[in-house]
Write a protein that binds this ligand. Structure first.
Ligand SMILES: [Fe+2]
Ligand SMILES: [Fe+2]
Length: 133
Protein backbone atom coordinates (compact mmCIF):
# COMPACT_ATOMS: atom_id res chain seq x y z
CA UNK A 1 0.00 0.00 0.00
CA UNK A 2 1.34 3.42 -0.92
CA UNK A 3 1.16 5.92 1.91
CA UNK A 4 2.16 8.91 -0.13
CA UNK A 5 1.81 8.67 -3.89
CA UNK A 6 2.62 11.09 -6.66
CA UNK A 7 -0.32 13.14 -7.95
CA UNK A 8 -0.54 15.68 -10.74
CA UNK A 9 -1.20 18.37 -8.10
CA UNK A 10 2.43 17.99 -7.00
CA UNK A 11 3.79 19.01 -10.38
CA UNK A 12 5.79 22.24 -10.53
CA UNK A 13 6.18 21.97 -14.34
CA UNK A 14 9.97 21.93 -14.11
CA UNK A 15 10.93 18.40 -15.23
CA UNK A 16 14.11 17.96 -13.18
CA UNK A 17 12.37 19.12 -9.99
CA UNK A 18 9.30 16.97 -10.65
CA UNK A 19 11.57 13.97 -11.15
CA UNK A 20 13.32 14.72 -7.85
CA UNK A 21 10.01 15.12 -6.00
CA UNK A 22 8.84 11.79 -7.43
CA UNK A 23 12.03 10.17 -6.22
CA UNK A 24 11.61 11.63 -2.72
CA UNK A 25 8.02 10.37 -2.58
CA UNK A 26 9.19 6.92 -3.67
CA UNK A 27 11.96 6.84 -1.05
CA UNK A 28 9.50 7.99 1.63
CA UNK A 29 7.11 5.24 0.65
CA UNK A 30 9.92 2.70 0.94
CA UNK A 31 10.93 4.13 4.33
CA UNK A 32 7.31 4.00 5.54
CA UNK A 33 6.95 0.36 4.60
CA UNK A 34 10.21 -0.54 6.34
CA UNK A 35 9.57 1.56 9.47
CA UNK A 36 5.99 0.35 9.93
CA UNK A 37 6.82 -3.20 8.97
CA UNK A 38 8.81 -3.74 12.15
CA UNK A 39 12.06 -4.26 10.27
CA UNK A 40 15.34 -4.17 12.16
CA UNK A 41 17.01 -0.91 13.15
CA UNK A 42 19.75 -1.25 10.57
CA UNK A 43 17.32 -1.44 7.65
CA UNK A 44 15.36 1.51 8.98
CA UNK A 45 18.53 3.55 9.49
CA UNK A 46 19.68 2.75 5.95
CA UNK A 47 16.33 3.76 4.41
CA UNK A 48 16.32 6.91 6.50
CA UNK A 49 19.84 7.80 5.42
CA UNK A 50 18.92 7.24 1.78
CA UNK A 51 15.91 9.55 1.86
CA UNK A 52 17.47 12.31 3.97
CA UNK A 53 20.59 12.39 1.83
CA UNK A 54 18.62 12.57 -1.40
CA UNK A 55 16.21 15.14 0.05
CA UNK A 56 19.07 17.41 1.13
CA UNK A 57 20.55 17.18 -2.32
CA UNK A 58 17.18 18.09 -3.85
CA UNK A 59 16.82 21.15 -1.60
CA UNK A 60 20.18 22.45 -2.77
CA UNK A 61 19.30 21.80 -6.43
CA UNK A 62 15.95 23.52 -6.03
CA UNK A 63 17.55 26.54 -4.34
CA UNK A 64 19.95 26.79 -7.24
CA UNK A 65 17.13 26.68 -9.81
CA UNK A 66 15.17 29.35 -7.93
CA UNK A 67 18.22 31.58 -7.65
CA UNK A 68 19.22 31.22 -11.29
CA UNK A 69 15.65 32.04 -12.35
CA UNK A 70 15.56 35.07 -10.00
CA UNK A 71 12.54 33.87 -8.04
CA UNK A 72 11.46 36.83 -5.84
CA UNK A 73 10.47 34.52 -2.96
CA UNK A 74 13.90 32.87 -2.94
CA UNK A 75 15.01 33.96 0.56
CA UNK A 76 11.73 32.97 2.14
CA UNK A 77 11.76 29.62 0.36
CA UNK A 78 15.33 28.95 1.38
CA UNK A 79 14.46 29.78 4.99
CA UNK A 80 11.81 27.04 4.91
CA UNK A 81 14.37 24.56 3.67
CA UNK A 82 16.70 25.75 6.43
CA UNK A 83 14.03 25.16 9.09
CA UNK A 84 13.53 21.67 7.68
CA UNK A 85 17.25 20.89 7.89
CA UNK A 86 17.30 22.07 11.50
CA UNK A 87 14.28 19.96 12.41
CA UNK A 88 15.82 16.84 10.83
CA UNK A 89 19.06 17.43 12.74
CA UNK A 90 17.07 17.94 15.95
CA UNK A 91 15.07 14.72 15.51
CA UNK A 92 18.19 12.76 14.68
CA UNK A 93 19.88 14.02 17.85
CA UNK A 94 16.87 13.78 20.15
CA UNK A 95 15.10 10.53 19.33
CA UNK A 96 15.73 7.16 20.81
CA UNK A 97 16.92 4.64 18.27
CA UNK A 98 13.72 2.71 18.87
CA UNK A 99 11.34 5.42 17.74
CA UNK A 100 13.57 7.47 15.45
CA UNK A 101 12.27 5.59 12.39
CA UNK A 102 8.60 6.23 13.10
CA UNK A 103 9.11 9.82 14.27
CA UNK A 104 11.19 10.68 11.22
CA UNK A 105 8.81 8.89 8.86
CA UNK A 106 5.84 10.81 10.23
CA UNK A 107 7.64 14.13 10.15
CA UNK A 108 9.10 13.61 6.66
CA UNK A 109 5.80 12.48 5.12
CA UNK A 110 3.93 15.39 6.56
CA UNK A 111 6.59 17.98 5.79
CA UNK A 112 7.18 16.92 2.18
CA UNK A 113 3.53 16.59 1.30
CA UNK A 114 2.82 20.05 2.71
CA UNK A 115 5.93 21.71 1.27
CA UNK A 116 5.48 20.41 -2.28
CA UNK A 117 1.79 21.29 -2.27
CA UNK A 118 2.14 24.79 -0.83
CA UNK A 119 5.57 26.45 -1.00
CA UNK A 120 6.82 24.63 -4.09
CA UNK A 121 3.47 25.34 -5.77
CA UNK A 122 4.03 29.05 -5.09
CA UNK A 123 7.15 29.19 -7.25
CA UNK A 124 5.45 26.95 -9.82
CA UNK A 125 2.58 29.47 -10.10
CA UNK A 126 5.03 32.34 -10.37
CA UNK A 127 6.98 30.73 -13.22
CA UNK A 128 3.80 29.66 -15.02
CA UNK A 129 2.52 33.25 -14.90
CA UNK A 130 5.89 34.53 -16.02
CA UNK A 131 5.92 32.29 -19.07
CA UNK A 132 2.31 33.21 -19.85
CA UNK A 133 0.91 29.71 -19.20
FE1 LIG B 1 11.03 20.76 -3.64
FE1 LIG C 1 11.15 23.67 -1.74
Amino acid sequence: MQQFAWREAYSVDIPQLDAQHRQIIELLDELGRIAHGGENDKLIAAALEKVTRYAHWHLRREELVLRVRSYPGYEEHKAEHEAYREKVTFLQANSHRRDLGIRMTNFLNQWWRHHILTSDQQYARFFRRQSGQ
